[in-house]
Design a protein around this ligand. Structure first.
Ligand code: FES
Length: 85
């Protein structure tokens, strides 16, 4: 499990091992557009404000991985990710 902090509201969202980051955010009322939910389409992209993501998508380039995360598949290596639209 890890924690996602939604920067616009400061909401802290627990992401258990059996839930995607996308699902956990949506369950807390954060509206994130998504399509493939398998890390290939690019629709769900969020800004990575802080924290170290475990990138599992197939769309972001190496540079983009510093600044963005795909919440349908990716997770966290640092215990906490701070995210924004
Ligand atoms: Fe397609 Fe996340 S919904 S990459």
């Amino acid at each position: 499990a890890f924690t996602a902090v939604w920067e616009p509201t400061g909401a802290r969202v627990e992401v258990p091992a059996d839930r995607s980051l996308l699902t956990a955010l949506r369950e807390r009322g954060v509206d994130v557009d998504a399509s493939c939910e398998s890390g290939t389409c690019g629709t769900c992209r969020l800004r990575l404000v802080a924290g170290e993501a475990e990138h599992r998508d197939l769309v972001l380039t190496g540079d983009e991985r510093e600044r963005y995360v795909m919440p349908c598949v990716s997770r966290c290596l640092s215990g906490e990710l701070v995210l924004a639209p």
